[in-house]
Design a protein around this ligand. Structure first.
Ligand code: IMP
Ligand code: MG
Length: 183
């Protein structure tokens, strides 16, 4: 059996930069420009998936030139481990009435895809007019738990646990400006 990672002993010294903040910023600007051209006069609801997406989200909306509304949804699938628990729990639902609205869901990272699959079903239940997904990161895997297209992916990364730029390990490292893997 593989040795289990002891997450309590991990410090900044154990982190290795995967994507630096300048590279992230350039990509954020180009994603915002895509949204600017695709959502002119559509007044989308831009939905932040808490907690992990909060920094990517706040950076992204600053570069939007279109009208939009913000909203937040909070889900949990990880608890304090580095592996998905396999079930998604709703902690806070969307507040806006999404019926007949264009919804852009902003995620930090897609790993197994369980979370975005859950989100898409929630948006379809709420009768959103359109649902699109923007994710900062996508972990490359052979199989995911969804079968629809991701509209916009910031970076494709190897299947490794990452922290920083909003992403946490047991609630730590969210404030780091770069994205790191754990050595
Ligand atoms: P999924 O449902 O397996 O796709 O996992 C999605 C959620 O798990 C993301 O929104 C993240 O909050 C969290 N997550 C997945 N991989 C990582 C990681 O490498 N670092 C930190 N959080 C992660
Ligand atoms: Mg998380």
């Amino acid at each position: 059996m593989a040795k289990k990672l002891d997450i309590t002993n991990i410090t900044k010294q154990n982190l290795k930069i995967l994507i630096d903040n300048t590279t992230i910023k350039n990509r954020v600007v180009s994603i915002a420009n895509t949204i600017n051209s695709n959502y002119k006069n559509k007044n989308p609801i831009i939905l932040c998936v808490l907690n992990g997406a909060f920094i990517f989200y706040a950076d992204l909306v600053r570069y939007l030139k279109i009208d939009f509304e913000v909203d937040f949804i909070k889900l949990s699938s990880y608890g304090s481990s580095t592996k998905s628990s396999g079930t998604v729990r709703m902690i806070k639902d969307v507040s806006a009435n999404i019926a007949d609205r264009h919804v852009i869901i902003v995620e930090d990272i897609i790993d197994t895809g369980l979370t975005i699959n859950y989100l898409r079903n929630r948006m379809l239940d709420g009768q959103a007019k359109t649902v699109s997904f923007v994710t900062c990161l996508l972990k490359e895997r052979k199989k995911y738990h969804f079968d629809f297209k991701i509209d916009c992916i910031g970076f494709k990364i190897p299947d490794k646990f990452v922290v920083g730029y909003g992403l946490d390990l047991d609630q730590r490292f969210r404030g780091l400006k770069n994205i790191y893997t754990i050595k």
